[in-house]
Design a binder for this molecule. Structure first.
Ligand SMILES: Cc1ncc(COP(=O)(O)O)c(C=O)c1O
Length: 368
């Protein structure tokens, strides 16, 4: 049978390069330190684990499809109206729902050169065309985004801070971006790493969402809350956007163990503070130690660093990745992000951080 006689997906679907998650294994290594997916080295709050376990006796019951308790808890913790919160199976699902709900064939949606890869995947999957706005110094440029807005633009996706670069756009600039966007364009601010940012000129975007009809903010439980396995994210948006998403999402898109763990996690401010304090200590340490080895590290405000390698044979990112993996140190190749000569490293435990710096020194032939 010729291909044309088979069922055909939307044209954009076959243009998608499927998302390749960070490696977890290092064949032959005695111990493996996974630093490839921006997970927290501290793990989730023990209260979240207990809440997850407590659900085990009730697995025959459907979840609360409205995720009421979770939305109310998030609302209380963040001072938000729960009616304006939508939850998803990870923020990935919410990205897909936004694309499904707001994009169709012939539409355009903008993301930046090194923006999070789920954006082009979701855009293409919905039949629309991704339009790429170049970055300056691995940082999103508001002007470059605005220059690419056309009458077909429906969504601007911006991760702030961005993954995999770790850079951010100050809130004044985010406000300018919003001010200059046509009101019918939806601005999606993906603040997956917001909790880690320690900058006075940064805001996740709550104020902008609260006062406008065309801005949403995405958050995840996968990063600082350490709940990547249960798949949980949330969105704060205008009522009309939340209403649209509620119509197209699966009726039970968030499972009960995820909800219960999420409620306990977001309430455990002491655990969140411990995770921030760990990052505050090790993020600058890693950047400085790796720079001392002669490598360039993009300044990061998140829980990972982007390390740039030379092009010289034997010294490339691919060579470094192979060298580190053999020693059980699993970082992330970021060629799919148009960064073929960089590796992204998640801030790990003290032991993992020290091992990576020592291994990089050995790789570069430097004494450490
Ligand atoms: C910027 C950004 N947004 C969203 C996500 C997806 O997170 P989740 O696990 O909630 O789907 C990630 C995860 O890597 C991310 O880096």
């Amino acid at each position: 049978m010729t291909a044309s006689l088979r069922p055909q997906p939307r044209a954009g679907v076959l243009k998608i390069d499927a998302y390749v998650p960070g490696k977890s294994d290092a064949p032959g290594a005695e111990r493996v330190f996974k630093l490839s997916s921006n997970e927290t080295p501290l793990g989730p709050s023990p209260k979240a684990i207990a809440a997850y376990r407590a659900v085990a006796d009730h697995l025959h019951d459907y979840p609360d499809g409205a995720a009421t308790a979770l939305r109310e808890t998030i609302g209380r913790v963040f001072g938000l109206d729960p009616a304006r919160i939508a939850c998803g199976a990870g923020s990935d699902e919410l990205i897909n729902l936004l694309a499904d709900g707001y994009l169709t064939d012939g539409d355009e949606a903008i993301h930046t050169t090194h923006g999070f890869l789920m954006y082009p995947i979701a855009i293409l999957g919905s039949g629309a065309t991704p339009v790429v706005a170049p970055e300056t110094n691995f940082t999103a440029s508001v002007d470059a985004i605005l220059e690419r807005v056309s009458s077909r633009t429906k969504i601007v996706f911006l991760a702030n801070p961005n993954n995999p670069t770790g850079t951010y756009v100050p809130f004044d600039e985010i406000k300018r971006l919003h001010r200059e966007l046509p009101p019918q364009v939806l601005l999606v601010i993906d603040a997956a790493y917001a909790e880690y940012v320690r900058r006075n000129d940064y805001e996740a975007g709550i104020e902008l969402v609260a006062t406008n009809e065309n801005v949403v903010m995405l958050r995840t439980f996968s990063k600082i809350h350490g709940l990547a396995a249960v798949r949980l994210g949330w969105l704060y948006g205008p009522l009309h956007v939340v209403d649209a998403l509620n119509r197209i999402r699966g009726p039970f898109n968030v499972n009960t163990p995820a909800m219960m763990a999420g409620i306990a996690a977001v309430e455990d401010s002491a655990h969140i503070e411990r995770s921030r304090a760990h990052n505050d200590r090790w993020l600058p340490w890693l950047a400085e130690e790796i720079r001392k080895l002669g490598l360039t590290v993009t300044p990061s405000v998140a829980n990972f660093v982007l390390i740039h390698f030379p092009e010289a044979k034997g010294r490339t990112a691919a060579d470094a990745d192979a060298f580190l993996t053999k020693r059980g140190l699993v970082l992330r190749r970021v060629s799919a992000y148009k960064l073929p000569n960089a590796l992204r490293m998640t801030v790990g435990t003290e032991e993992a951080n020290r091992l990576v710096v020592a291994a990089l020194a050995e790789f570069l032939g430097k004494t450490h």
